[in-house]
Design a protein around this ligand. Sequence first.
Ligand code: DX5
Ligand code: ZN
Length: 223
Amino acid sequence: MDIKISPSILSADFARLAQDVQQVKNAEMLHIDVMDGHFVPNISIGVPVVKSLRKATDLFFDVHLMISDPLKYIGPFSDAGADLITFHVESDSDPDEVIAAIRERGKIPAVSVKPKTPAEAVFPYLDRVGMVLVMTVEPGFGGQSFMADMLPKIKALRCKAEELGLHLDIQVDGGIDRETAPQAAAAGANVLVAGSAVFGAPDPAGMVDLLRQAARDAYGSGR
Ligand code: DX5
Ligand code: ZN
């Protein structure tokens, strides 16, 4: 599987967002965290920021919706420039309807599980999504510690995808750094989100390359 790095702008400096984003143009994606203060106990950014950022970069937009009613916002985020939209299986929207709405707009659907949600919760949707996101922290805040007890969940999802013959991206989000990126990749994750590790580094682009190489070297070795 290709290894892709998706820096999370939650850890960027919002007063100089365009410059920070241009620093990581060597990344495969840009991770944009949308929080509504209801699904998670924090509020982050919304549609206007995505729209403005779209003019500032050609990076692929990986939009992570941590909101209670994702169905309502698929249209606005698609129009604003999202390329891939991740919603949570724990949200109030019907997953089949959300997936259909994302596909109708020509975007890639992805589904996410919080730490307490088992891998099996997304098995029914694997053939209709391009990616599954395994949260490796409780969603809501950057800078938390990686939950190593999520590794079996990553392995279970990679096994299931292979059993179904699917070339599925498996993304991890939360606490990814030079130590934990290889652990997640070893378990079968190939798309790595990193916020504080990238934007907290003196050389963000260099850190993107380091994380990618560390993950490539380790991919699949822990299974
Ligand atoms: C947390 C967000 C993450 C966050 C990750 O709810 O979904 O994308 O930015 O931040 P780090 O990499 O610092 O754990
Ligand atoms: Zn995220």
